[in-house]
Design a binder for this molecule. Structure first.
Ligand code: NAD
Length: 381
């Protein structure tokens, strides 16, 4: 089976789907690999490294699609490029493995299905223990949480740790984190390691212990309701809960130097949690990092893709490429998730998308001319 690695064309995407190190491991397992020249250039993976990993380098992306049976990408194929949409390069019988976000890419899914392409979405890997080794969302959210603190610290421009020196006393920075999934927990750990006082909140009560184990303090709302569904994800909350949450954030914002928001509800727009009046109540020089900017943002003032200053000198960071800014490591993790998936699809040397296997079934969006998204509901495991 020949794998194709095209260069990512999405704006600000520096990652590559398969690094030279992983490519070598795949070659040893019997895969052939065609790489578009420059595919890894923004992730510290020059063509020469792919050559050392026994890959075949081609200058023209069309040769990747012509020669490969499986196209490995990071971002969903682009349909809009003036120089030729990526989606149009696919041919019948090929398989695509990439992030795909099928709920918002139905036209792309229909186009690829019509061509007879099989689509496996890395964002549809089920959050079950058996699939953890393929869970690219978690791998990358972990990096995003770390980077959110680094970006916050850069914009804040002050030390995080408290200090007592001959020149006086400096209190530690106070960091408030809203939403403690993978990214939020990574942000808690990073901010704590830098010496900040970290407080955190999530609508799911079960994360309290995880917050504490990362060195944070869980701040509760004054209402008795838990917003966790049977699968461990956040579910929509009641109006009374939202009001209680807002009261909490109104209290926390003026006493926090940095607010990091990561709150998401799968398949929906991110909830607005930090209102304009809360930003207005923050001290000059404070920072809001909105990790939910990609799905609309948790802060009312966030401009997705940008960093802005509020009139009272609060920086609101809405940039959406934190993971890509760490291209080499992000690619390394993603690539390892890919390798684990390809192992699962390798049936004694033959590439087989076996949808009887539950993890594969959940990731498959279309196959054999049929759109299979959304997949059957999974039993809780
Ligand atoms: P996510 O990115 O979907 O959401 C981030 C967090 O925002 C969640 O913790 C959610 O509860 C919280 N949130 C939503 N609405 C909120 C609101 N109004 N106010 C405050 N917080 C709000 O989360 P994720 O990182 O994808 O993780 C989701 C779940 O999946 C977690 O329980 C996580 O532990 C679990 N998970 C399990 C595995 C596994 O393999 N077992 C792997 C990864 C994640």
């Amino acid at each position: 089976c020949v794998l194709g690695i095209p260069k990512e064309v999405t704006k600000d995407e520096r990652m590559v789907s398969i690094t030279p190190q992983t490519a070598l491991a795949l070659r040893k397992k019997g895969f052939g690999i065609v790489v578009q020249s420059g595919a890894g250039a923004l992730s510290a993976a020059p063509d020469s490294e792919y050559e050392k990993a026994l890959c075949h380098i081609v200058p023209d992306v069309r040769d990747v699609y012509k020669n490969a049976q499986v196209i490995c990408k990071v971002q969903p194929p682009d349909r809009t490029l003036p120089e030729g949409a990526e989606a149009s390069l696919f041919r019948s019988g090929q398989t695509l493995i990439s992030f795909f976000y099928p709920a918002k890419n139905s036209a792309l899914l229909a186009e690829l299905n019509k061509k007879g392409v099989t689509v496996l979405a890395m964002d549809m890997v089920p959050r079950i223990t058996r699939a953890q080794k393929l869970d690219a969302l978690s791998s990358l959210s972990n990096l995003a949480g770390y980077r959110a603190v680094i970006e916050a610290s850069h914009a804040f421009g002050r030390v995080f740790t408290g200090q007592i020196t001959a020149a006086g006393k400096m209190p530690p920075a106070t960091v408030f984190i809203i939403g403690c999934g993978v990214a939020g927990l990574a942000a808690i750990g990073t901010a704590k390691n830098l010496g900040a006082v970290v407080r955190a909140f999530d609508t799911r009560r079960s994360v309290k212990d995880q917050i504490v184990s990362m060195g944070g303090e869980f701040v509760p709302v004054d209402i008795d309701e838990d917003a966790e569904d049977a699968n461990g994800y956040a579910k929509p909350i009641s109006a009374a809960f939202i009001e209680a949450e807002m009261r909490l954030f109104e209290r926390m914002c003026p006493q926090s130097d940095i607010v990091i928001t990561t709150a998401a509800i799968p398949g929906r727009r991110a909830p607005i949690l930090i209102k304009e009046n809360m930003v207005r109540s923050m001290r000059p020089g404070s920072v809001v990092v909105d990790l939910a900017a990609g799905t609309g943002g948790n802060c009312e003032l966030t401009r997705p893709g940008e960093s802005i200053k509020s009139p009272n000198d609060v920086t609101i960071i809405g940039e959406t490429d934190f993971v890509s800014r760490m291209g080499p490591q992000a690619s390394q993790l993603y690539s390892q998730n890919m390798l684990n998936l390809l192992d699962m699809l390798n049936d004694h040397g033959k590439f087989v998308v076996n949808t009887k296997e539950q993890v594969v079934e959940q990731m498959t969006c279309c196959k054999d001319g049929t759109v299979t998204y959304p997949p059957p509901k999974m039993a809780v495991s």
